[in-house]
Design a protein around this ligand. Structure first.
Ligand SMILES: C[S@@+](CC[C@H](N)C(=O)[O-])C[C@H]1O[C@@H](n2cnc3c(N)ncnc32)[C@H](O)[C@@H]1O
Length: 200
């Protein structure tokens, strides 16, 4: 499905970084190593590389990552891309100054497995930045998010607090906001926004 979406001309979510990432990326220590989860066509990874970070973008779409590499090249920055599945991605220990999860919706079991590894994978003072659609999204006027029937793929603040309890919360909010990201994410949407960091 994702390869098919990314085979369309243009960028499904646009070429600008996600608004919430733009507001919060400076919580990631300057110049650090950043892992962008489920990064698709690379708009967030390229932005972070432009801001001086050393960025790895992972995704299971080969077509998306090829576009991400071309986009980085066009912008004159370097990113590392990894074709991988979050279900068995090797996060490592104390590897990352930042981990970014923008609309990285997966089945519940995979998400729990991913979130269980975030604290170990971050370096001390590293930051985790996430924006996701909440279960309210199917009743909103905006376009975007998992199919309404896939209830386990949505996220909420309570859920994030329970799955990421070992991190220190910096931003944690559920809100409605107007999302304008390419043709695939448009309009008034129900989202959860979350930033937390790892302290010793
Ligand atoms: C809504 S898109 C978001 C893309 C990107 N984060 C952005 O904000 O532009 C969701 C992405 O999740 C990726 N994805 C879904 N399931 C995945 C998995 N199990 N492992 C890795 N990537 C996955 C898809 O390939 C797709 O690129």
């Amino acid at each position: 499905m994702w390869d098919q979406r990314y085979s369309e001309p243009g960028f499904a979510y646009g070429t600008e970084p996600n608004d919430f990432l733009l507001e919060t990326y400076q919580h990631i220590p300057a110049g650090g190593r950043v892992l962008c989860l489920a990064e698709g066509e690379g708009r967030n990874a390229v932005f972070l590389a432009q801001m001086g970070y050393e960025v790895t973008a992972m995704d299971l779409s080969e077509v998306g990552l090829k576009k991400a590499q071309q986009f980085a090249c066009d912008k004159g920055v370097t990113i590392t891309t990894q074709l991988a599945d979050l279900a068995d991605y090797p996060f490592g220990e104390q590897q990352w100054d930042g981990i970014v999860s923008i609309w990285a919706h997966t089945p519940k079991e995979i998400r729990q497995h991913v979130h269980a590894q975030i604290s170990t994978a971050l370096k001390t003072n590293g930051a985790f930045i996430l924006e996701a659609y909440t279960p309210e999204q199917p009743s909103m006027s905006g376009v975007g998010g998992p199919p309404a029937t896939q209830t386990g793929m949505f996220m909420s603040l309570d859920l994030l607090r329970s799955e990421l309890s070992s991190l220190d919360e910096i931003v944690a909010i559920e809100k409605h906001r107007n999302v304008m990201e390419g043709s695939s994410h448009q309009g008034m949407s129900a989202v959860v926004q979350y930033v937390a960091c790892k302290k010793d």
